[in-house]
Design a protein around this ligand. Structure first.
Ligand code: SF4
Ligand code: SF4
Length: 239
């Protein structure tokens, strides 16, 4: 597969970008106050205009790109539009050295999205669950973490600025010391359950901001035990 170096014209340039990038290699700040202020529950979107898979330009690094390429034979079973006479469509645009934007359809929807039961779903998520691959090994980590993203000059994990413009995110009426389960799980999938447990403990203690070491990447397999996890097992677009 050849990587393009210019973005296709159909890629919207005015929208935000989902790109997981921490300025520091080994440590990050966690804005717990911001994260604890919100609940998140993905039920899947029926309309492209409201879907997070169409509102951002999604970027991956070279490692993520290579892992996606490895599962393309499974992905095209859900997204036949990716198949070409010569193999697979070329879906990555190099937007910065080592950073690749995933192409979109004419409607702005991520090229890895597909529709099933009238809902927009993520083929990478579905393939990960089907093959038993930890989701962080196959789905962009920026998508796994959304609506969390890095802010403050890419140093602090916090809520995405426009998170509350999506119906799946809601501001908590009362202060809470518990992470929204879906956000806790997302942190566990990307950074491991040890960090998730550490943050849950700090949150219970009333810590509003934490500095933590970024753990070595040890992807966690999703379990399907709780209602929101079962929903994810049905492969909504976002975990
Ligand atoms: S997280 Fe789920 S419900 Fe929210 S915008 Fe994305 S697909 Fe829709
Ligand atoms: S969740 Fe999947 S379909 Fe949605 S933007 Fe990310 S990679 Fe694309």
């Amino acid at each position: 597969m050849i990587i393009k170096t210019e973005m296709r014209s159909k890629t919207l340039t005015t929208r935000g970008r989902k790109c997981l990038r921490c300025k520091h290699r080994n440590r990050m700040q966690i804005n717990l106050a911001s994260i604890l202020s919100m609940d998140h529950a993905c039920q899947g979107c029926t309309r492209v205009e409201t879907c997070c898979c169409a509102r951002y330009e999604v970027c991956v690094d070279a490692k993520e790109l290579n892992r996606i390429i490895q599962v393309l034979p499974e992905v095209v079973k859900l997204c036949p539009h990716l198949r070409t006479a010569g193999g697979y469509d070329n879906v990555f645009d190099e937007v910065e050295p080592g950073i690749y934007a995933i192409d979109t359809t004419e409607s702005g929807l991520c090229i890895f999205a597909f529709v099933s039961d009238h809902r927009i779903r993520c083929s990478l998520h579905t393939v990960g669950l089907t093959l038993g691959i930890p989701l962080a090994q196959v789905k962009p980590k920026a998508c796994l973490l959304w609506p969390l993203a890095f802010s403050e000059g890419d140093t602090a994990l916090s809520l995405e600025e426009d998170a509350l413009s999506f119906r799946c995110n809601s501001r908590r009426r009362n202060p809470s010391r518990r992470l929204s389960p879906a956000l806790g799980e997302a942190i566990g999938l990307v950074y491991g359950n040890d960090l998730r447990a550490e943050l849950e403990k700090k949150a219970k203690q009333g810590v509003r901001r934490a500095a933590v070491l970024i753990p070595a990447f040890r992807p966690t397999k999703p379990s399907i035990n709780t209602p929101w996890q079962r929903r994810r097992g049905e492969c909504w677009a976002d975990p």
